[in-house]
Design a protein around this ligand. Structure first.
Ligand code: T5A
Length: 207
């Protein structure tokens, strides 16, 4: 595969969607073809899985069900969108990927990291992101931003402690492989966050 695979991560309301457009424009201005996509979702079937997994249900969604739905969505997304785009040589920018599974289902729900790693290998083979940007934010600030935008989905209704674990998860993942991750302080102004982002992208392209 000849393209570049960039994933964007962080807690709720951290500013991923806001900044992904800037990242796309940054690459396009340098002549790259960009495929922008998201998880869970990215294909019609995967978007249906997204609707299912984020919706409220009359029964409790078992953590393993949630985990398997994330990977079911990912498997289809890889086959239909991500792998073909990388084979064309595109820069693929994906709003959340498997780090979200480690952070939310692993750290958040307490699912075993080794079980997640088994599914990761099964679904992705050796494919891993070339760069992962983590927008780091105090969950209280992130939830205020997300809440101001409208109604909350099933996962967004979790307790504060859940989002604290998610944040810890992202920071531990980033510390474990600093060559792949760039952590951005997402509590700053939109302009400063974008500046940090473009610096991170420049560093990535220059190395
Ligand atoms: N999930 C996903 C899992 O549990 N496991 C998995 O494997 C995967 C892939 C997906 C949900 O699924 C879970 C995680 C999620 O709970 P989502 O829609 O992708 O949902 O994720 P969300 O975090 O819910 O996305 P949000 O849209 O809430 O957050 P963003 O994209 O980080 O934030 P954004 O850009 O929409 O900004 C939120 C608000 O803040 C403002 C924006 O204008 C907007 O109003 N804002 C700022 N305000 C002040 N200063 C700044 N610097 C700002 N930046 C943005």
């Amino acid at each position: 595969m000849t393209g570049m695979f960039i994933t964007v991560e962080g807690g709720e309301g951290a500013g991923k969607s806001t900044n992904i457009a800037a990242a796309k424009a940054w690459f396009e201005s340098r002549g790259y073809q960009v495929t922008l996509t998201r998880e869970p979702g990215g294909t019609p079937l995967s978007e249906q899985i997204r609707s299912l997994v984020l919706a409220e249900h009359s029964e409790t969604v078992a953590p393993i069900t949630e985990l398997l739905l994330m990977f079911a969505s990912r498997s289809q997304h890889l086959a239909e969108v991500i792998q073909p785009a990388l084979e064309r040589g595109d820069v693929v920018i994906c709003d959340r990927f498997t780090d979200a599974t480690y952070a939310y289902q692993g750290y958040g729900r307490g699912m075993s990291k080794s079980d997640i790693a088994v599914l990761e290998q099964l679904v992705q083979g050796d494919l891993r992101p070339d760069l992962t940007i983590v927008f780091d934010i105090d969950p209280k600030v992130g939830m205020q931003r997300a809440g101001a935008r409208g109604s909350l989905d099933r996962i967004e209704k979790e307790q504060y402690a859940f989002f604290e674990r998610v944040r810890t998860g992202y920071l531990e993942l980033a510390a474990s492989a600093p060559q792949r991750y760039q952590v951005i302080d997402a509590e700053q102004s939109i302009e400063n966050v974008e500046l940090q982002l473009t610096r991170a992208l420049s560093t990535f392209l220059d190395r």
